[in-house]
Ligand binder design. Structure first.
Ligand code: FPP
Length: 264
């Protein structure tokens, strides 16, 4: 069994990880604005994505230091195939590079990797790399990094519905017994808590088919900066904003929020 160094969560000014609900347990991120970042500097779009990968590395490190347990990032949507073939190929290349280059280091830091999204239409070598990243980090107990690749929420919901319909059709499940839990368990994110906070960079204010089921009660923070410019200070700003939000989950007060978080 590998032993991993343990460090106490870093105390960010104004944030207290020991107060329940003060820090998000699960942070979801739409890493948007790479192309515009590159264009503004006269660089090819891929350069923006490369710098975006650097920002992702910094995010994982900073989130871990602050005691965030789950980070989900939108790295390639089911709609991104519509981009020019060259950019698609470069994004696939960047994923290959990331898995080969970073997984060992992430694993040494006790990070567990999970991938969400449709697998059956990905190139074979990418499928194997993704499986390898998941299996080689499956025993890790630190931060879980969830990479949404070839992911679209509608596609995820469709696949979940198909799997539940198949169980109903073969007699394993009655329609009248179907619950929200069945649907949650049939999603790619099965077993993960819903995100508490979503950050989207680039100034766009939409969800773009990301985690549509899971974001039902998530706090949303939209930042005007491009993803490659996202750093620990930007993360802390969003965390401080999150700590001031009153989460009611459709109820009236903090007590309801505590119940929704499973704290009785
Ligand atoms: C959106 O910016 C970003 C993407 C479609 C790709 C995100 C990918 C990375 C950050 C690379 C690292 C990730 C992995 C896991 C390899 P955009 O291109 O839509 O920017 P724009 O809206 O300014 O054109």
């Amino acid at each position: 069994m590998t032993s991993h160094p343990t460090t106490a969560p870093a105390m960010v000014h104004g944030l207290d990880p020991s107060i329940p609900g003060h820090l998000p347990a699960h942070l979801a991120v739409i890493m948007d604005g790479n192309g515009r970042w590159a264009k503004a500097r006269g660089l090819p779009r891929i350069e923006g994505h490369r710098r975006g990968l650097e920002a992702l590395r910094n995010l994982v490190r900073a989130a871990d230091q602050r005691g965030i347990r789950f980070v989900t990032v939108y790295s390639f949507s089911s709609e991104n195939w519509r981009r020019p073939a060259e950019e698609v190929s470069e994004l696939l290349g960047l994923l290959r590079y990331f898995i080969r280059q970073d997984v060992a280091d992430l694993s040494a830091r006790n990070v567990r990797i999970r991938i969400i999204g449709r697998r059956d239409d990905l190139p074979d070598d990418i499928g194997s790399l993704l499986r390898e990243a998941e299996t080689s980090t499956a025993q890790n107990t630190g931060l879980t990094l969830i990479i949404a690749f070839n992911y679209g929420a509608r596609d995820e919901l469709l696949r979940a519905t198909q799997s539940l319909a198949a169980r109903v059709a073969d007699g394993g499940l009655a329609v009248s017994e179907l619950t929200e839990q069945h649907l949650s368990d049939a999603l790619d994110t099965s077993g993960l808590p819903d995100p508490d906070l979503l950050i989207r960079t680039s100034g766009e204010v939409r969800l773009s088919n990301f985690l549509m089921w899971q974001l039902a009660y998530t706090e949303l923070v939209f930042l005007p900066i491009a993803w490659p410019d996202f750093d620990a200070a930007a993360l802390d700003g969003a965390l401080i904003e999150f700590s001031h939000r009153q989460r009611r989950f459709g109820g009236l007060n903090e007590e309801t929020a505590g119940q929704a978080r499973g704290q009785g």
